[in-house]
Ligand binder design. Structure first.
Ligand code: SF4
Ligand code: SF4
Length: 371
């Protein structure tokens, strides 16, 4: 009887892609530089907003120079905030709080024109061209916030698609393989979708022939005993024990483990490569379900969702414009009362964000909680 060495450990060779290495290197180097630049430029713009809100009129040339400088600060802040967002994501990649943190930072900048006057940091400008400069300085903070917000949503979407590709292919196999030290049966790989343990790739032929789980047509994780966790199953296979081919008779040979509690046995399964393969199948089922659900919600509730998005954008717009002072430019409403292209784009981004969070939730439930 031919069989491999069941105690032979799996050797994992992690190929460090140069792109990952480079990203990590840049992430650690630029993190503090971009954080310091973001802080400095934000303080500069806040100082300008404070200064111009309390200043008396200046010459048109000086106003133009100040406007040009604010524009440059706006570009600088947007770039440094985006670099900070990328470095932050590289440093905290995989952290469940990452999207919320990034969106929180984006919101802080986006709502600067609301909370700066509200907190008393920026006062009510008395002169018209000073009001325009104050508004520009606060608008620059807001613009950088929008850029980070869109970047954070797009990052979530890209991250989710990469994770999905890996999980569909490997599931939780890598973590489980590290603990159970087994490899796939190469001579006879089978993988029946939602199959029983003996229909999955990790059922080893030489053990299966003497395995009561197989002959009773049951599933090991339901019995909480199997070839990866019960020594007796392996020993019986090594001794070539004959198990009746009849399913009912074979069931009587399934070993009973009374030393461990049900929770301990469940924990054993959660760390087992066989159960993790079963979990991968669950993931492959739940993932399209989440995509279909999101697409269906978008199509069926489109009218209502679009109106709600438009209303939310208008609320934000009026919250911002309440503090944006009266000039011909700044008095203009950004969002139309009738839903249009901007609302549609925002709705699509929102739906993609919701989908990426649903994917993370499914991943967490299936591969961390092992539900
Ligand atoms: S317990 Fe192991 S050997 Fe037995 S049928 Fe299941 S996977 Fe195969
Ligand atoms: S740990 Fe669970 S899934 Fe793995 S062999 Fe044992 S019973 Fe089956």
């Amino acid at each position: 009887m031919e069989h491999g060495n069941i105690h032979e450990p799996i050797k994992y060779v992690r190929r460090a892609h140069w792109q990952t290495e480079a990203l990590n290197w840049l992430g650690s180097r630029f993190f503090w530089v971009s954080a310091a630049a973001t802080l400095a430029l934000s303080i500069w713009l806040v100082y300008y907003a404070m200064h111009f809100s309390s200043a008396v009129a200046i010459s048109p040339e000086a106003t133009q120079t100040a406007a040009d400088l604010i524009f440059k600060l706006k570009i600088g802040l947007t770039v440094s905030l985006l670099v900070f967002g990328i470095c932050f994501s590289v440093n905290f990649v995989g952290d469940y709080a990452l999207p919320v943190t990034l969106l929180g930072i984006a919101a802080l900048f986006f709502f600067a024109p609301s909370w700066l006057p509200w907190s008393g940091i920026v006062s009510d400008p008395r002169v018209e061209n000073m009001a325009a400069l104050t508004s520009m300085a606060m608008g620059a903070l807001s613009f950088a916030g929008i850029a980070l917000g869109i970047g954070a949503v797009l990052y979530q979407v890209v991250d989710a698609s990469i994770r999905v590709r890996q999980r569909i292919k490997y599931g939780g196999r890598e973590e489980a393989l590290g603990k159970t030290e087994v490899k796939e049966e190469e001579d006879e790989i089978r993988n029946v979708f939602f199959g029983k343990c003996w229909q999955l790739p990790f059922c080893r032929k030489f053990i299966r022939q003497s395995c009561p789980i197989y002959h009773s047509r049951r599933t090991c994780w339901k019995e909480r005993v199997g070839c990866m966790c019960e020594e007796s199953v392996i020993l019986d296979a090594l001794h070539g024990k004959v198990i009746p081919r009849d399913a009912i008779a074979a069931a009587r040979y399934i070993p009973q483990n009374t030393r461990l509690s049900p929770e301990q046995k469940a924990e054993r399964c959660r760390n087992c490569v066989i159960y993790n393969e079963h979990q991968r199948h669950k993931y492959n089922l739940l993932l399209p379900a989440a995509i279909v659900l999101t697409a269906a919600a978008y199509i069926i509730l489109h009218e209502g969702l679009l109106t709600a998005t438009n209303r939310a954008l208008r609320d934000i717009d009026s919250a911002v414009s309440r503090f944006a002072f009266t000039t011909a430019e700044s008095g203009k409403k950004l969002v139309d009362p009738v839903p249009g292209f901007l609302d549609e784009v925002m709705l699509i981004l929102l739906m993609l964000f919701v989908l990426s969070q649903m994917v993370r939730l499914i991943e967490f439930a299936v591969f961390k909680l092992k539900i």
